[in-house]
Design a binder for this molecule. Structure first.
Ligand code: PMP
Length: 455
């Protein structure tokens, strides 16, 4: 690796020869950015060019790049105890599980894995087994939302509600159903946001009843759909979802893989609402992506149902070799300390509000249909015209992203869906971004939109 040095042509040639990239189509004409170092919110590529990472990687580098303390925490732990399986135990996992309870503000038991997808897989298996363990033998189905994303493995992909990610891999896992998300921007004319949100929540209850209450295991949702287009529900939606789940004995799994660890301006996204999830899944910001680690937090009384060892089937028959690696846990603890010491949870909300209010004038721009915010997640929905709300062409969305990049700003867009909704630009910079970083995001984006893409 090191002998590639800074020869960018050679590195690209070898990249194209040996490396298979995540989700990105192969393109000789448009080679990938090869990052070589990073500090704060800025990433340097192999040519020495610097870019502000307005997406924190894949919504994950919450404390920013270049944190020596995190490297040291992992290094020290690797020297002391690099690995021990969590079929038994070790101190960093115990300490982190306790700390996560503090962050959650409730009584949970923690199961560690390595990725958001795996955290959700564990949640699905726990939900099904729990229902069996309490005598609800037919409860195996899950409800998720269209446009939601829950991961790339077969179960979590089944929960995902974005058809273009799925159709080439079918048949997926059985038992996953979908309902429409509360996309208030596209609500029917004449309906209030509250009425529309209640109607969307009602589709969950209707599905439960039509499918047969006794077959339903759990509902899974992000507090706010992030990668699927920054769809922020009204408070009333989650209140009603909680009510429906409780009424019908259906568990509520909240996927905090993006919204967790301060991204929402609170410790967890669901803390912005009144819900008390049965299971919470988390990854990304848990280690700020410095090392792989994810967690499935389960309400204490659900865990209690797995304690019956009277036969060999009472316990959770699920193993994850790398999950809860000691170095990853030690690093995560240090990461949470940084978030606390630097008040980064509060800062996320302050920065999000600043960007949002700076962007609000863009609502007059012909392409901007809607601007939405959840903590330090901002989505700008681009449309062809504001009356029909027809999504802007993908070439426009990609053109704007490319021009921002040419000016040193990395931004994102929502995932593809079969309905053609890939028209939301996304912003999720590190929570540690400086005031100057934020100004750079605002100025660069406005100059792009008001320049080549103006009226
Ligand atoms: N859930 C959500 C909400 C996500 O955004 C993601 C990843 N973007 C996942 C789950 C899956 O996480 P991973 O890529 O770590 O498997």
């Amino acid at each position: 690796m090191l002998n590639l040095g800074t020869d960018s042509e050679l590195a690209i040639k070898k990249d194209q020869q040996y490396l298979w990239h995540n989700i990105t189509p192969y393109s000789e004409a448009n080679p990938p950015m090869i990052a070589t170092s990073a500090s704060g919110s800025w990433v340097t590529d192999i040519n020495g060019d610097k870019f502000l990472d307005g997406m924190s990687g894949l919504w994950c580098v919450n404390v920013g790049y270049g944190r020596k303390e995190l490297a040291e925490a992992a290094y020290n732990q690797l020297l002391t105890l690099p690995y021990f399986p969590l079929t038994q135990s070790h101190l960093p996992a115990i300490a982190l599980a306790e700390k996560l309870n503090e962050w959650l503000g409730d009584d949970y038991v923690i199961f560690f894995s390595n990725s958001g997808s795996e955290a959700n897989e564990a949640a699905f298996k726990m939900a099904r087994q729990y229902q069996q363990q309490i005598g609800q033998h037919y409860r195996h189905k899950f409800i998720a939302r269209y446009r939601g994303y829950h991961g790339s493995t077969l179960g979590s992909l089944s929960a995902t509600g974005q058809a273009q990610r799925k159709f080439k891999y079918e048949p997926l896992a059985g038992g996953f159903l979908h309902v429409a998300p509360p996309d208030s921007y596209r609500r029917p004319a004449g309906m209030t946001v509250e009425e529309f949100n209640l109607q969307c929540a009602q589709t969950i209850e209707d599905t439960i009843v039509w499918e047969g209450v006794e077959t339903m295991a759990a509902v899974i949702m992000e507090p706010v759909i992030t990668g699927g287009g920054v769809i922020v529900p009204h408070q009333i939606y989650l209140d009603r979802v909680q009510e429906i789940c409780t009424k019908h004995g259906v568990l509520l799994i909240i996927d905090e893989v993006i919204c967790g660890f301060g991204r929402s301006g609170r410790n967890f996204g669901h803390h912005n609402y009144n819900v008390k999830p049965d299971i919470v899944t988390m990854a990304k910001g848990l280690t700020s992506a410095y090392l792989p680690l994810s967690a499935t937090a389960v309400r204490k009384d659900i865990y209690e149902a797995f304690k019956d060892n009277s036969d060999d089937y009472g316990h959770f028959r699920h193993v994850n070799t790398f999950g809860g690696n000691p170095a990853a846990c030690a690093l995560a603890l240090r990461n949470l300390e940084i978030l606390e010491q630097e008040n980064l949870v509060e800062r996320a909300d302050i920065l999000g509000e600043r960007i949002y209010s700076e962007f609000s004038e863009l609502l007059d721009h012909k392409l901007v249909g809607d601007i939405r915010r959840f903590g330090l997640v901002i989505g700008i929905e681009l449309v062809e015209d504001k009356v029909s709300k027809k999504p802007a062409d993908l070439s426009i969305v990609k053109g704007i992203i490319a021009e921002c990049k040419s000016k040193g700003l990395i931004i994102g867009k929502n995932g593809d869906t079969v309905a053609g909704f890939n028209n939301v630009l996304t912003f999720a910079p590190p929570l540690s971004s400086t005031d100057e970083d934020v100004q750079f995001i605002v100025d660069t984006f406005k100059s792009v939109l008001n320049g080549s893409w103006a009226q």
